[in-house]
Write a protein that binds this ligand. Structure first.
Ligand code: PEP
Length: 246
């Protein structure tokens, strides 16, 4: 069975006071909850782990450096993320691919560093609007997957998040058939690379304007095992219904 995962990416939002939302999420978990992962800003990782622990909510970083240590001012290594108590890390988010010019090779190196540190890497892939409208979506996903996911992936180490860039923070969501097409394609790509047994166990998340109102519909899509949620993960009032819909 694949893990169902509701992951929240807080981006550069929240100070320590926001951790009360994690408590509220924990207090509102359904009886048999999916895996819930909150990815707060790096300075909050340790405190978030303390707050989330009683509820079994997992904490993840939003990025990590590929190197273990060194002269990389402002960066956080995967070992530091793991040392905080976090168990997941997002790599290759489209905002980092865009703003920091991260390449597939950079993302693969970060995922590898995450694995070395014992973290599960949530590897993000997704096409932009121009690529979608010109019919290149599956080519883009294929190239990103093969370039960003290192060899030797397993369900313990890898989660793939399909996040169409044009759906992130825009309120636009692909048709269910479009989500299914890409998720089926990702599953097939993972199968051809890692074999059916491994591929069948790797969770695939959809991300991009997931809200309480559309979550249940999105979760009906074949090969959608959960969501990576930005804006609607900041408040328990918004995120708890998404968790409950899984
Ligand atoms: C994200 O940033 O990963 C994301 C999916 O954002 P939003 O849910 O706000 O579209």
């Amino acid at each position: 069975m694949r893990r169902k995962i509701a992951a929240g990416n807080w981006k550069m939002n929240g100070t320590a006071a926001a951790l009360s939302e994690v408590t509220a999420m924990g207090e509102n978990l359904p009886p048999a909850p999916p895996t819930v992962v909150i990815c707060p800003p790096a300075p909050l990782l340790s405190q978030a782990c303390v707050v989330s622990m009683p509820f079994g909510i997992q904490i993840g970083g939003q990025d990590c450096h590929a190197e273990a240590s060194g002269a990389f001012t402002g960066d956080t290594s995967a070992a530091m993320v793991a040392d905080s108590g976090a168990t997941y890390v997002i790599v290759g988010h489209s905002e980092r691919r865009d703003a920091y010019r991260e390449t597939d090779a950079d993302v693969a190196a970060k995922a590898q560093a995450a694995w070395t540190a014992g973290l599960t890497a949530i590897v993000c892939v997704g096409e932009d609007l121009e690529q979608r409208t010109s019919g290149k979506t599956l080519d883009v996903i294929k190239a990103q997957l093969s370039g960003s996911v290192p060899d030797g992936a397993s369900d313990d180490t890898l989660v793939v998040a399909y996040e169409p860039v044009w759906a992130i923070g825009t309120g636009k969501v692909p048709e269910l058939a479009q989500i299914e097409e890409v998720h089926d394609f990702i599953r097939a790509e993972l199968t051809s690379r890692f074999g059916a047994e491994t591929s069948d166990r790797i969770s695939l998340l959809y991300g991009g304007s997931v809200k309480a109102e559309n979550a249940a519909t999105i979760f009906q899509a074949a090969n959608v095992d959960g969501a990576l949620v930005g804006g609607a993960s900041l408040k328990a009032a918004d995120f708890s219904p998404i968790i409950a819909a899984l």
